[in-house]
Design a protein around this ligand. Structure first.
Ligand SMILES: [Zn+2]
Length: 457
């Protein structure tokens, strides 16, 4: 490939990575009763591919990659630059500039409005924005948030808080726990446990709204007005893996706060070689998986006859990608994929695709993950040209060969998959055309469509 021209590199890309023209046309123009929005934080097309290669020995094996609505998403924050598909596949470094953070991206998906990096559900002038979750609550639906990182982190915060800065964890956690009407919150941030899931030498109440809030939670005395009847609705706190598993079936409390006994992430921040192959460093015991947390959340929310909105974040895909950890990124992506699979099974057993919509997407790509050898290469007459190679498959259970190009976010398009009621509504918005990824919509379109569903009723 040393002498490859831009054109032949583009042809290679289209052949090996092409996602163009994959949308199908099926009647599905209904309004969903239930929406489950899955966000794999920091996950691009190649993160999904890497997990599939490791798990199945081939790309495109995850259940959601065969959903009827498939396209890509642009993620740039307020002020741009607007993603330019042609420049993105001409200069290798194009996607390294103008990147979003999780706060701006999740605000776009939750409210339909672009904002600046760091902002949680407020616009660039710090005006409060209304999220789809708030409207869902006003329409009598239940709402829930599940994350594999601490629950007051940027992505989950954008579904229940408003703050000009994502770093104001204390205020964000307090708004989520004491003011928001959300019915289920499950995520890390336990004040009394460390990254290994062992008792912490020094408690840290930073992510849980302070010591006072934690003590009120433990006494069953904390919580805002979830059902909007003017009276406070206290949280039922669950902490152990067994308690999460018990919530997966049978009767449940009305309002559940699930804080696994670990500090910032379920598993990604545990000790051991961060570069080791997936699942070779033993997992922390006593911690639920994202799948178990998601099924527990669903079992609480599905009592509501008006339906529910649930957001599930694979938050530590991004953390592993920032650290360029091959194995842990794949572990986190697999944990996320298993949660999606479980919800697909739940829809088929307990709901239907006429009633429920599942969306699987990402907020931005992290690490600029490509196949080995990608980058700027000397080309015949015009100096350098950029080439992107696919990941190299080493077979099931073996690490694919991959290349991290940076430790930060990129402006690359990310994947979008949807199935169920209303899923084809997104087709109308997928008007962008990328030479490699095909049709794409913008992250604000996700928020706009979710809000339109609620206003259509
Ligand atoms: Zn990140």
């Amino acid at each position: 490939m040393k002498n490859s021209t831009r054109k032949s590199a583009a042809v290679l890309l289209l052949g090996l990575l092409g996602m163009a023209g994959l949308q199908s046309c099926r009647p599905g123009e209904t309004v969903p009763q239930n929406v489950i929005l899955f966000i794999a934080d920091g996950s691009g097309f190649n993160h999904v591919a890497a997990a599939s290669l490791f798990m199945h020995g081939r790309e495109g094996a995850q259940v959601y990659t065969r959903f009827p609505m498939r396209c890509a998403v642009s993620t740039y924050p307020a002020g741009g630059p607007v993603y330019d598909p042609h420049s993105a596949w001409q200069a290798f470094s194009y996607v390294e500039d103008g990147t979003t953070d999780s706060a701006a991206a999740a605000t776009a998906m939750s409210t339909g409005v672009k904002t600046c990096n760091g902002a949680i559900n407020v616009d660039p002038d710090k005006n409060r924005l209304t999220s789809a979750f708030e409207i869902a609550e006003q329409r009598g639906k239940s709402t829930g948030i599940v994350s594999s990182v601490f629950f007051s982190h940027a992505t989950p915060a954008c579904f229940a808080a408003h703050n000009p800065s994502r770093d104001n964890y204390l205020a964000i956690a307090r708004e989520m726990l004491l003011e928001s009407p959300v019915d289920v919150i499950m995520g890390c941030g336990h004040p009394l446990f460390n990254q290994q899931g062992k008792p912490a030498l020094v408690p840290c109440y930073a992510y849980i709204g302070g010591k006072e809030t934690w003590e009120a939670l433990r006494l069953g005395r904390a919580g805002g007005d979830a059902d909007l009847d003017g009276e406070a609705d206290a949280w039922t706190l669950v902490e152990t893996k067994a308690a999460f598993q018990a919530l997966m079936s049978g009767p449940t409390p009305r309002r559940v706060l699930g804080i696994p006994q670990v500090f910032q992430t379920l598993q990604q921040e545990r000790m051991g070689d961060g570069q080791a192959a997936p699942f070779t460093v033993s997992l922390i015991e006593g911690i639920p998986t994202l799948r178990e947390m998601t099924l527990a959340a669903l079992n609480v929310l599905d009592e509501d006859r008006d339906g529910f909105f649930l957001m599930v974040e694979g938050g530590a895909v991004d953390w592993a990608a920032h650290d360029n950890q091959d194995g842990r990124m794949i572990e986190e992506q697999i944990d996320f994929d298993r949660a999606v699979e479980a919800v697909v099974d739940w829809v088929e057993a307990h709901s239907s695709w006429k009633e429920t919509l599942i969306i699987v997407t990402s907020d931005h790509e992290t690490g600029y993950l490509t196949g080995p050898g990608s980058g700027d290469m000397a080309s015949g007459d015009d100096g350098m040209s950029a080439v992107w190679f696919p990941l190299q498959n080493r077979g099931r259970g073996e690490m694919p060969e991959l290349q991290w190009n940076i430790g930060e976010h990129t402006n690359s398009l990310v994947p979008f998959y949807a199935k169920g009621a209303g899923s084809l509504r997104f087709e109308e918005y997928a008007v962008g055309s990328d030479p490699v990824r095909g049709a794409y919509l913008d992250n604000t379109d996700i928020g706009r469509v979710l809000i339109a569903f609620l206003e259509d009723r």
